[in-house]
Design a protein around this ligand. Structure first.
Ligand SMILES: [Zn+2]
Length: 392
């Protein structure tokens, strides 16, 4: 059982901006020494919710809800005390220290080693992608998909050699063990005791936590190998049900714009980033889980789903909506008109349903539209981001 040190909790509370945290949930206006706004905990038309930014306390004269900064975060984000501290530590860049017993100390060191191994593997794949002659096909694939080197580098894309033990050998030289390679999900156990590289001849997409630390990889084949996408297995660090591609990069924009777009594919994220939409993440595979939704809701409650218009995408969407309902989160579906829109700005609005009239997303669609020269181009571009015939 680990506990966050008291001094760390205090440091987090000190670092956090009460007005900013509360401001994400309700608009505040200065009233004397305090601030006031509409209560996020009950429905009201005149403000009875008051915030003391210095003491970092809140109180509602309407419903009696009140407490300190951490109580507020726990309540609105549906978190435990420790989760609320971790969430704020993340947002305000505070490194937490934990009280720990001997057993968990060893466990923590082991996880730290795995993190270091995954980080080095990520850097290795990156180097291979940009420097190796044998990665030419991977670079050509990115170019052909219209993905820029800049965006690919920002998201730390890489390439794994089409060989059995290149990564393993490099990691062993660096002092990591066969067991650590297996535990990190980077190798698969072989017949003679030694493992071989799990990812071979694939474009590598690192999957990170909110802080950008590498937990695992998603990997796309460039050939006809099955499966087309191969992910890290469950490991002490990587859990498929929690993974979201690009969450660390989307964090800031999602808080600033109070909206987050969820797409299906890694390359959809890169395409939207290139088009100026930064508050975007990809769900891994088709089913959006409760854990994924909880991670996203920490950034904003305005989630927009943009899944593929095929049957799998629609099924995923319907499931996501019902998971969202059970958590009390309203998910919105991005729909775009079926017709190829004209490029004039006056008609831009009608492309989007009222639900998703968000400037950054509209801008991305304008870019997509300007690249499309035929109706067929437009349909395929649009279908990558939007589902248009599912009513929410
Ligand atoms: Zn209230």
């Amino acid at each position: 059982m680990t506990r966050i040190e008291k001094a760390s909790v205090e440091e987090v509370v000190q670092a956090a901006d009460m007005l900013e945290v509360v401001g994400l949930r309700t608009q505040l206006r200065k009233a004397g020494a305090n601030y006031t706004g509409l209560c996020p905990f009950h429905q009201e038309k005149t403000p009875s919710f008051s915030v003391d930014p210095v003491e970092k306390l809140y109180y509602c004269f309407g419903c009696g809800e009140g407490g300190d900064l951490l109580a507020f975060v726990q309540k609105v984000e549906n978190l435990t005390f420790a989760e609320a501290v971790e969430s704020l530590a993340d947002r305000y860049g505070v490194t937490l220290r934990y009280e720990e017993s001997g057993a968990t100390d060893a466990d923590r060191r082991r996880r730290e080693r795995l993190r270091r191994l995954l980080e080095q593997a990520c850097a290795y794949y990156e180097r291979v992608l940009w420097e190796a002659h044998l990665a030419e096909a991977a670079r050509a694939y990115l170019a052909q998909r219209g993905l820029s080197e800049e965006a690919a580098k920002e998201y730390r894309l890489g390439y794994s050699f089409a060989a059995w033990s290149k990564l393993r050998d490099a990691a062993l030289v660096k002092g990591f063990s066969e067991k650590e390679l297996l535990d990190a999900g980077l190798t698969v156990p072989g017949r003679r005791g030694s493992g071989y590289d799990r990812f071979r001849g694939r474009l590598m997409f690192p999957l990170t936590d909110e802080r950008g630390r590498v937990l695992g990889f998603g990997a796309r084949t460039l050939g006809d190998d099955k499966p087309k996408y191969l992910n890290s297995p469950e490991t002490p660090l990587y859990h498929k049900s929690e993974a979201l591609f690009g969450l660390d990069k989307a964090k800031q924009a999602a808080s600033r714009e109070d909206a987050l777009f969820v797409v299906e594919g890694y390359t959809d994220v890169l395409a939207l980033v290139q088009a100026g939409v930064r508050n975007v993440v990809a769900s891994m595979g088709t089913a959006l889980t409760e854990e994924q939704l909880k991670r996203m809701v920490r950034l904003t409650r305005n989630l927009y789903l943009c899944f593929d218009a095929d049957a799998a995408g629609q099924g995923a969407m319907t499931r996501a909506l019902s998971v969202g309902r059970s958590l009390g989160i309203t998910l919105r579906v991005v729909r775009v008109s079926n017709r190829m829109p004209s490029l004039s700005s006056s008609s831009r609005k009608v492309w989007l349903s009222a639900d998703c009239d968000t400037p950054s997303f509209a801008a991305a669609l304008v870019k997509l539209r300007s690249r499309a020269t035929t109706r067929k181009d437009w349909r395929s571009a649009r279908s990558r981001f939007c589902i248009h015939d599912l009513c929410s």
